[in-house]
Design a protein around this ligand. Structure first.
Ligand SMILES: O=C(O)C(=O)C[C@@H](O)CO
Ligand SMILES: [Mg+2]
Length: 390
């Protein structure tokens, strides 16, 4: 079997979007003086879909959500010529070709995200070619079903947040992630607002459920050090990305305080990036995203690294490319789950692009044994709501 063609298309949403409400979510731009809306770097309303076809007619699908137009250009210009004509079963060889050919200017960020999309499509082909789901190629079913946590609860009106938490508690979720709306720029008022929001959610979900707290890199080390003791009484399972992704020593310092486990990795790339995080004991929970970190070829190795360090892997964002890895390793106890909503941040967009994503039931996800590959196909229902760039 040989790869015949690689097609990368950008799906740009032109349908209805919900503007972010209230303080919504702290993020790295909050600390920079700016006249533009800080949420603009945080929302993304397009996605790159990669289809790789083999000479025997199998089509594998991959995707990448970071900087979609740039990812497409990297795939078209640099990555496609490296894989066309090659055997997809040589996935490690192909991964190394892509990684090393772009190494001088790639390594992290959008280049690794582009490599991830190609690698995902290759693994989809492998599964389809032997009529098995990808998780069966990675070690198989280690769980009857995958526990997942509800991930939304952006910082809006507290009563609205409480209603949202109640609705999904009633649907059987036993773990929730909420977003902080305030950071260092909001001074002591923001500290109080952040605490009030956690209190409001705990009031609804109680203490029999897990609560995770998301900063999305919108704090700094000094602010995070002040917040940790104040948040401890709410018993969060983790505090996520309190500082920017490059401040690995900052993560390590916060994690060493041993007050709340620190999580991160959603903006880290490759096996080497995670080796650094683990060597420095910077995180207590690893949150790679397979469509950023280097695809399944890289994520499978990171799972092994985390297993050896006894650090759980709970990938960013959920979605099929991550669920297959979560299903096939004991290092991964749980998945993230973005619920189906109108398009807001952009996290929801995959529901509009793909068919085949499992829907959570009672706080669990299931992967089917009888669907080969990653299990996704392109949805036709919303195609007219996208501008598609070839
Ligand atoms: O789900 C997460 O962990 C994210 O960081 C998603 C992002 O959109 C912030 O909510
Ligand atoms: Mg996050």
């Amino acid at each position: 079997m040989k790869i015949k063609s690689v097609r990368a298309r950008v799906f740009q949403w032109k349908g209805k979007t919900v503007p972010p409400q209230g303080n919504f979510c702290s993020n790295a731009m909050d600390l920079v003086y700016s006249k533009t809306e800080s949420m603009s770097t945080f929302r993304f309303h397009s996605w790159t879909v990669v289809e790789i076809e083999t000479d025997d007619g199998i089509v594998g699908i991959g995707n990448v959500a970071l900087a979609p137009k740039i990812a497409k250009a990297i795939i078209d210009e640099y990555l496609a010529p490296l894989v066309v004509g090659q055997d997809p079963w040589d996935y490690e060889y192909l991964w190394q070709r892509m990684y090393r050919a772009t190494h001088a200017w790639g390594r992290k960020g959008v280049t690794m995200a582009a490599i991830s999309a190609v690698d995902l499509a290759i693994w989809d082909i492998l599964g389809k070619s032997v009529n098995k789901p990808v998780f069966k190629l990675l070690g198989g079913r280690t769980k009857e079903k995958i526990p997942c946590y509800y991930s939304k609860l952006y910082r809006t009106d507290l009563k609205e947040m409480q209603d949202e938490a109640q609705k999904f508690l009633d649907q059987g979720f036993k773990a929730f992630k909420m977003r902080f709306g305030y950071g260092p720029a909001h001074l002591q008022h923001g500290v109080q607002e952040n605490l009030k929001s956690v209190e409001a959610i705990r009031e609804v979900i109680g203490y029999d459920t897990d609560l995770m707290l998301e900063c999305y890199m919108g704090w700094n080390l000094e602010y995070a050090k002040r917040m940790l003791p104040k948040l401890a009484k709410y018993e969060p399972r983790w505090l996520e990305e309190p500082v920017i992704a490059d401040d690995i020593d900052g993560y390590a310092e916060l994690n060493a305080m041993n007050i709340i486990p620190i999580s991160g990795g959603e903006h880290e790339f490759s096996l080497y990036g995670f080796k650094q995080l683990l060597d420095k004991k910077a995180v207590s929970v690893v949150q790679y995203d397979t469509n950023r970190v280097g695809g399944i070829t890289a994520a499978h190795k990171i799972n092994a690294l985390c297993e050896a360090h006894s650090v759980p892997v709970i990938p960013h964002a959920g979605q099929m490319h991550n669920y297959h890895l979560t299903m096939s390793t004991l290092a991964s106890p749980m998945a993230e789950y973005f619920p189906i909503f109108d398009v807001e941040v952009g996290n929801e967009l995959f529901w509009y692009i793909f068919d085949g994503e499992p829907i959570a039931e009672n706080g669990f996800l299931q992967l089917r044994d009888d669907v080969p590959g990653l299990g996704l196909s392109i949805k036709t229902e919303y195609l007219d709501q996208f501008d598609i760039i070839e």
